[in-house]
Design a protein around this ligand. Structure first.
Ligand code: GLU
Length: 545
């Protein structure tokens, strides 16, 4: 086709496109950012499901943009209308909000590079496609589904690369008249790019995480515009990352094989390619000890919604993801009590290149450390909305007996080795329920409490006083021990164990058991102070009657 014919064809195919690419190049100028500032984007497809890998992706975008003084924006990739689910963008928004990693620009809050929803950018894509037609870099392809599958079958048999290329790209060189005849016939068509690639060549992906990867050059005449007039993901993201000036594309490594295709598109369009960082998938050890990718069907923890329902604090999830992103994060976090995760120097180079184990026990541990560093008031405030949503009864208790719960949460908190018994919001109730009378007597676990020495408990309640200091309190128990056949210290007991019924620790255990129903609790003196003499007596009576 001559240049005039190509221009005529472009106008026939896109009669309503009256702009040139230069219009958009001017409309969306370079961002004015300082040297080294990264522009990242989270580009989910609205499929109605937000998984932990997607969250990791957004988290990486957030971290690397923020730490470099750059921009993190959000783009909705909805050109595949078959996968589109109503309400899906709201889910993406609420997830990012709840993890406090909202992009400052994009589909939810606008910005200078709007629109940020691909289906609203049709005219932009078509402008570039029209230009490619004019330049002979793209063509309409009228091949039918039957023709395509026939080609594929042959290629599979002969073990050739699958797709439309070389001799299979029969519509590459249609004349203008032939195309006009197809159009007159109302034959449906897609637009394909004219790949300049050759099977002999390779390209190198300089991946920021995985290092250099050599891949075969793309030879396929990829579809860039589908029959419905919308671009394919591959083409749309190239146009968008160019016009929105993305500097680093951070995405899952399932996209590595598509890289040669994307690289070729950037080159054919005369665009500068962004940098790429392909991260490894999250994996899990299954029952048989095999490592496999986290799965939507098998693993509830794959869904981001799981964490909210399980009462896992969003900060805990972020800290956990940080340990996955950079393995040296964990040690840093343990040694830097007063720092935020954003103070850690995250680096692509330290990211794992193969699958990363998603270890729920580690998540629990890091959450426990996180909670142990909060004030009692903060734990309370963070847990309250969880109970308001998921456990109205305990919510009411929390509101009515706030002081009591705060006192409980404060036990052994501001110490060198703070308590680490709370890893989820649910643990707040689980660990504290016995301090609330309404829960203590109704909890089945306490029905089985058996006290061994009723007599000592009854004597104890006679001497107990709420106004005792911890030392005075301990002295009284010691006294009681001495008078009732118990050793006053463990040491003494060990030396002459046959002389005693037990030692002072055993009495404390007995008291603890009767007033909490448990064999372990935070500092007993503090628990007794919270309960008060009247309640302690009630519980002792309850278990000694
Ligand atoms: N829309 C693509 C997806 O959801 C995004 C891939 C990318 O980040 O470039 O998988």
């Amino acid at each position: 086709m001559t240049e005039e014919e190509r221009i005529e064809l472009a106008d026939i195919l896109f009669p309503n496109i009256d702009k040139e690419p230069s219009y958009y190049e001017e409309k969306y100028p370079e961002r004015k950012l300082k040297e080294g500032a990264k522009v990242t984007r989270f580009a989910p497809s609205p499929t109605g499901f937000m998984h932990i890998g997607g969250l990791e992706s957004a988290f990486l975008d957030y971290i690397f943009a923020k730490q470099s003084g750059g921009v993190f924006f959000l783009r909705i990739e909805d050109t595949d209308r078959k996968r589109f689910v109503e309400g899906a963008t709201d889910l993406i928004k609420s997830s990012l909000e709840s993890f406090d990693i909202m992009p400052e620009e994009g589909a939810f809050n606008g910005g200078a590079y709007a629109p940020y929803v691909q289906s609203e950018r049709e005219e932009i894509y078509k402008t570039y496609i029209k230009d490619m037609i004019k330049k002979g870099k793209a063509y309409p392809c009228f091949m039918t589904e039957e023709e395509l599958s026939e080609i594929r079958e042959g290629q599979e048999l002969r073990k050739e690369p699958i797709g439309v290329y070389g001799m299979y790209a029969t519509d590459r060189d249609l004349s203008l008249d032939e195309i006009k005849a197809h159009l007159k016939n109302n034959d449906s068509y897609v637009i394909r790019m004219k790949s300049p690639g050759s099977m002999e060549n390779t390209v190198v992906l300089h991946d920021l995480i995985k290092g250099d990867i050599t891949l075969p050059e793309n030879i396929i005449d990829e579809v860039i515009m589908k029959k419905d007039g919308l671009p394919t993901y591959h083409f749309a993201h190239v146009i968008d990352d160019h016009l929105m000036h993305t500097s680093v594309v951070i995405r899952g490594d399932e996209w590595v094989p598509s890289f040669p295709k994307h690289l070729q598109m950037f080159k054919m369009l005369g665009f500068k390619t962004p940098k790429y960082a392909h991260y490894a998938p999250l994996t899990k050890k299954d029952e048989n000890g095999n490592i496999r990718k986290l799965s939507k069907r098998k693993d509830p923890e794959f869904s981001v919604e799981y964490y909210e329902k399980a009462g896992v604090p969003s900060m805990g999830v972020k800290l956990f993801l940080s340990t996955i992103i950079n393995t040296n994060f964990e040690e840093w976090y343990l040694n830097n009590k007063d720092k935020s995760f954003m103070d850690f120097p995250f680096s692509f180079k330290k990211m794992p290149t193969g699958g990363t184990l998603f270890d729920m026990e580690k998540l629990d541990n890091i959450c426990k450390t996180y909670f142990s560093r909060l004030s009692a008031e903060e734990v309370y405030n963070e847990a309250l909305p969880y109970y308001e949503k998921y456990d109205k009864d305990f919510y009411k208790i929390m509101v009515d007996e706030k002081d009591k719960l705060i006192k409980f949460l404060n036990i052994e908190r501001n110490t060198k080795r703070p308590r680490k018994d709370i890893g989820t919001y649910g643990d707040v109730k689980k660990e504290s329920n016995y301090i609330f009378n309404s829960l203590f007597y109704t909890d089945d676990r306490y029905k089985d409490v058996e006290v061994k020495d009723k007599d000592i408990l009854l004597k104890y309640i006679d001497v107990y006083s709420d106004s005792d200091t911890q030392d005075e309190w301990y002295e009284k128990i010691k006294n009681l021990a001495g008078k009732n056949g118990y050793a006053e210290s463990v040491k003494e007991y060990k030396e002459n164990s046959d002389k005693y019924k037990g030692h002072i620790g055993d009495i404390c255990e007995e008291i603890r058991h009767a007033v909490t129903g448990r064999v372990a609790s935070p500092n007993l003196y503090d628990i007794l102070q919270i309960l008060g003499k009247e309640e302690i007596k009630k519980r002792i009576d309850y278990f000694t009657k």
